[in-house]
Design a protein around this ligand. Sequence first.
Ligand SMILES: Nc1nc2c(c(=O)[nH]1)N(C=O)[C@@H](CNc1ccc(C(=O)N[C@@H](CCC(=O)O)C(=O)O)cc1)CN2
Ligand SMILES: Nc1nc2c(ncn2[C@@H]2O[C@H](COP(=O)(O)OP(=O)(O)OP(=O)(O)O)[C@@H](O)[C@H]2O)c(=O)[nH]1
Ligand SMILES: [Mg+2]
Length: 481
Amino acid sequence: MTVQKYNQADQTGHRPLTADPSNPDTIAAISTPQGAGGISVVRISGPDALATGKALFEPQAKSPDWEPKPRFMHLGFALEYNSGERLDQVLLTFFPGPASYTTEDVVEIHCHGGSALAKRILEQTLNLNCRVARAGEFTLRAYLGGRIDLSQAEAISDLISSNTQAEARIALSVLQGKMGHDLDYIRNSLINCAAEIEASIDFDDDVTGIDHSNLAFMLESSVLKPLNVLIKNRNKWLPYRDGIRLSLCGKPNAGKSSLFNAILGYERAIVSNLPGTTRDSLEEACIISGITCRFADTAGLGTPQDEVEAEGIKRAYSQVEASDLTILVLDRSQPLTDMDRHILQKTRNTKRIIAVSKCDLTPAWDLDVLRETNSPITKISSKTLLGFDKFLDKLTELITNGQPEPVPGQTVVNQRHADCLNAANLQVAKALNIIRNHGASYEELISLHLEEALHFLSQIDGQVLDDQVIDAVFSNFCVGK
Ligand SMILES: Nc1nc2c(c(=O)[nH]1)N(C=O)[C@@H](CNc1ccc(C(=O)N[C@@H](CCC(=O)O)C(=O)O)cc1)CN2
Ligand SMILES: Nc1nc2c(ncn2[C@@H]2O[C@H](COP(=O)(O)OP(=O)(O)OP(=O)(O)O)[C@@H](O)[C@H]2O)c(=O)[nH]1
Ligand SMILES: [Mg+2]
């Protein structure tokens, strides 16, 4: 995809009123989810949005010179383009650009829900010079039109996919420009430092010379420090932003699926007293303490009896590897086996909790054997739910790292931002190193590192247009957004 910035605000913050100089396509899509619901919305954006909306709409209060009043809802009928047949009773709203979501002319048609009506209306727009919007294209236009920056576009995508209050809060904070504000501060400090260096390059060393210790101090306190706060906050709140992955593992018949079901609160997995009941990995998510937890129940680890079981075991190991936290299930009603010891050994360096299962039955081994495992251990019975609350408490502690939910306004950057921040951090650190070790002699090199740092920071909010970055960001969107 090639992108081109258009309809951008000029220096006074004014956007040109004409939709755009390069005349993009008018796009249309259903912006509400597929399936049953009260209302569906067809959204149209671009130079022909108004003409399209008017051609498909018969207002209730019909008059020959009817025009939609901007930003008002009008009641009427959506029409079939060729026959003029009424398709549905709808509400139409016209948002003239640039004061619209995309900064272009936008028309929304709110029809009745269900999958057929909105599809029919969308089809009519395609007869009228519109094309179906690509995933994220409305928001892409909002970005290209200068309404939002790239990180805000990502925040919109995060808002849509948020499952928890914390996820939504974090995204809303970015959408409201909190991160942009932090970035501006860091960038301005960096620009000031770079300007000082640039100026000194133009002078004779003997004449001026810049105050290197002051420059180092500035870089340290107004660039590196706030930059590191953003990185540190990500690590601190990450589970609240991205959720975490957990896997249940153990030998066949240990009670993994029973525990999986007890956590989820319903009989998701088949449970039986036949070892090898779970063959494939089962994944299910639930929210624990405000964090999205994606659990994987896995096949029991043992010597496979057949090809299918072997594949299941392979998948079980991959799940353990891919998870942030492993719940190792050890059956207390049967003697510990070599396999139990093997799994204990194999997961010793992963973040894990040991669930000693079937505690309602007579124990067959002493908990003392787990003395040196260095992992939290809890006794549970998935049958009587004995010890289950304690297990959940310990699990919660591990999931949250003891960190409470982020407060509103808390910025937690995503992986892409973190990569840019780390890259910028490295460049500034290099510049600082040169300043400290070589003082005045390498100003060009210092300047180069600071320029690089600026470049990375500008990739975060998309001040630097990079097709690949933009493609990557918008490819995660859904159609209609
Ligand atoms: N029906 C509907 N609901 C929606 C959206 C939408 O596009 N349509 N949104 C989007 O997907 C979100 C709201 N986001 C929006 C952000 C800015 C503008 C807008 O037109 N801003 C103008 C005018 C501001 C004003 O009225 O004061 C501007 O800032 O210039 C519209 C929606 C969520 N709800
Ligand atoms: N008494 C008692 N029985 C349990 C408990 N947890 C599981 N069981 C029984 O142990 C057997 C195996 O349980 P599952 O949950 O299917 O074990 P699994 O680890 O998923 O087994 P595979 O999928 O074969 O690897 C079943 O008969 C369960 O009813 C428990 O806490 N107490
Ligand atoms: Mg199972």
